[in-house]
Ligand binder design. Structure first.
Ligand code: PNW
Length: 461
C-alpha cells in the first residue's frame, strides 16, 4: 500500500482577492494600490486589471461547488482590506457589505466541509493609506492600521475561522513593489524595500500579538505568516558559489524568517545592507520573535546559483535553471522563473524543518503550463506538464514526511482557477480550472482530477 499521510492532513487550493474577485468598484469596495498600478501604461503585460477577473465576488457559490467537486478539505483565500475598510484606516468606516460577503463565503465553505485558511494581506493595500501617509513606508501609521484591520477581521470572522495567515510573501511585496518596481506601487529604490520589509514584519507581529492576547483563548485558532522561497543549489562546488547559496537564502528567506523565528536579521544581510537596514527595538523584537505558529511556505521552483551580479533582491547572486554541464533542471513553465524540480522541494522542506523547527503548511505550489492562453480548449484541458509537476511535488513532499521525518501539515495548490496573474495579466494561467474570460465558464483541467486522485490515495481514512 502507498505511504499514507495522516487523516487530518489539510489539502486544497489557494487564491487571492485581487486575482479573482473582480467587482473592484462595487459592493462598497475602495480602491487598492493594485487598481491604481494597473492603470499605469506598460505595467501589466496585456494592459488588463483585476476589475472583472474571474468574477468570483459574484460567482463565489459556484467556486465553492467547484472546490467541493475537487474533493478538497480546505481552501486558502485572502480578504480584500479595502472591501472591509474602504479607506483602510483605524478611524475609517467599516463596510458591512464586505463583511457580509466574506461571512457568506466562509459559511458556505463550512457547510461543505471545507476548512477556511484566511490570508489577511495578499498585496492589495488600500489606496487611501498609500495616499495618506505612504502606506507600508510609514511604520507608526501602518502598524496601527494593519492591527486594527486584523482586529476587525478576527472579530467578524474569528468564530468561524481557526487558521489565519497575516501576509503573503513579504519578499514579493518589498522587493518587487519597492525595489524592482514591477509590482504595485511600482517604486524603484534601494532604501524603501528594507523599510517596507521591516514594517511588514512589525505589522505581522503586532497582529499576532493581538490575536494571542485577545482572541486565541476564545476562538482557539492558529496564526502565522507565509514566506516564499525556492531551493537554491550551487553552480559548482567552488567556495564562492557555495557561499552564494547561503547568501541567497539569507536575502530571500532569512530577512523575514530570521527575525520572526530566531529574533534577528541574518548577519549576511546586515553586512551587505549596513545602515539601510532598520533596527528593531528590544520591545519590538520581543514581539517579533516567535510570532508565527507555523511555517507558511509558497514554493514553485529551484534555482542554480552563482556568486556575483548586482541584484540586491536576491543577495548579489546570479540565478538560473542551467547546470554547469548545460542541462536544465526540469520542464519549463510559461513563465521564465519556473522549472519543475521535485527533488529541490524535498530538500527545501528538510532545510526549513531543520532550521526553523516549525510545522510546515505549503500555502502555494503550482505550475503555469505553456501557452494555455492561446491553445485550443481541448488541448489546454489535458495539462500534462501540470499533472506531472503536481505528482512530482506531492511525491517529494510525501518522501520528506515519511522518509525524512519533516512535519508537513497541509498543502494548497496554486490555483483553484486561472486568474489575474499580476504583471503578467491574463496571459499566464496557473489554474487547475480553465476560465473562459468571455463567458466566465469554468472547465476542470486534468490536473484537478490528478491531485484529487493523489490525495485520495495518500491521506489515511
Ligand atoms: C505568488 N517570482 O507570487 C503569489 O503568491 C501568487 O499571488 C501568484 O499568482 C503565484 O505566486 C504565481 O506567480 C509570485 O517572480 C510572484 O519568483 C512572482 C514570483 C514568485 C511568486
Amino acid at each position: 500500500m502507498a505511504a499514507q499521510l495522516p487523516s487530518d492532513f489539510v489539502w486544497g487550493y489557494a487564491t487571492a482577492s485581487y486575482q479573482i474577485e473582480g467587482s473592484a468598484s462595487t459592493g462598497g469596495r475602495g480602491p487598492s494600490i493594485w487598481d491604481t498600478f494597473c492603470k499605469i501604461p506598460g505595467k501589466i503585460r496585456d494592459g488588463s486589471s483585476g476589475d472583472v477577473s474571474t468574477d468570483s465576488y459574484r460567482l463565489w457559490k459556484e467556486d465553492v461547488a467547484l472546490l467541493k467537486s475537487y474533493g478538497v478539505n480546505a481552501y486558502r483565500f485572502s480578504l480584500s482590506w479595502s472591501r472591509i475598510i474602504p479607506l483602510g484606516g483605524r478611524d475609517d468606516p467599516v463596510n458591512e457589505e464586505g463583511i457580509a460577503f466574506y461571512k457568506g463565503l466562509i459559511q458556505e465553505l463550512l457547510d461543505n466541509g471545507i476548512t477556511p485558511y484566511v490570508t489577511l494581506y495578499h498585496w492589495d493595500l488600500p489606496q487611501g493609506l498609500h495616499d495618506r501617509y505612504g502606506g507600508w513606508l510609514n511604520k507608526t501609521e501602518i502598524v496601527q492600521d494593519y492591527v486594527n484591520y486584523a482586529k476587525v477581521c478576527f472579530t467578524a470572522f474569528g468564530d468561524l475561522v481557526q487558521n489565519w495567515i497575516t501576509h503573503n510573501e513579504p519578499w514579493c511585496i518589498s522587493c518587487l513593489g519597492y525595489q524592482k518596481g514591477v509590482f504595485a506601487p511600482g517604486h524603484k529604490s534601494n532604501t524603501e524595500p528594507w523599510i517596507v520589509a521591516h514594517n511588514l514584519i512589525l505589522a505581522h507581529a503586532y497582529a499576532v500579538k493581538l490575536y494571542r492576547d485577545s482572541f486565541k483563548a476564545s476562538q482557539g485558532g492558529q496564526i502565522g505568516i507565509t514566506l516564499d522561497c525556492h531551493w537554491l543549489m550551487p553552480y559548482d562546488d567552488s567556495p564562492e558559489n557555495t557561499e552564494a547559496v547561503q547568501r541567497g537564502l539569507a536575502f530571500k528567506l532569512g530577512r523575514f524568517a530570521g527575525p520572526i523565528y530566531e529574533g534577528a536579521y541574518p548577519s549576511r544581510v546586515k553586512e551587505k545592507i549596513g545602515d539601510r537596514l532598520p533596527e528593531f527595538t528590544a520591545d519590538e523584537i520581543a514581539v517579533v520573535k516567535g510570532s508565527s505558529d507555523f511555517f507558511g511556505l509558497n514554493t514553485y521552483t529551484s534555482q542554480i546559483v552563482q556568486d556575483g551580479g548586482d541584484d540586491e533582491t536576491s543577495g548579489y547572486v546570479k540565478i538560473g535553471h542551467t547546470r554547469a554541464d548545460g542541462t536544465q533542471l526540469g520542464t519549463q513553465a510559461h513563465v521564465a522563473w519556473l522549472q519543475s524540480y521535485p527533488p529541490g522541494f524535498r530538500k527545501l522542506l528538510n532545510y526549513l524543518w531543520e532550521t526553523y523547527k516549525k510545522p510546515i503548511y505549503i500555502t502555494e505550489n503550482g505550475f503555469a503550463a505553456k501557452n494555455e492562453n492561446i491553445l485550443p480548449l481541448e488541448v489546454v484541458l489535458h495539462d500534462k506538464d501540470r499533472v506531472e509537476y503536481f505528482e512530482g511535488y506531492a511525491n517529494a513532499m510525501l518522501e520528506a514526511v515519511h522518509e525524512d521525518g519533516v512535519s508537513v501539515k497541509g498543502y494548497f495548490g496554486w490555483s483553484l482557477l486561472d486568474n489575474f496573474e499580476w504583471a503578467d495579466g491574463y496571459e499566464t494561467r496557473f489554474g487547475v480550472t480553465y476560465v473562459d474570460y468571455a463567458t466566465q465558464k469554468r472547465y476542470p483541467k486534468d490536473s484537478a482530477r490528478a491531485l484529487q486522485k493523489w490525495f485520495t490515495e495518500h491521506i489515511a481514512a
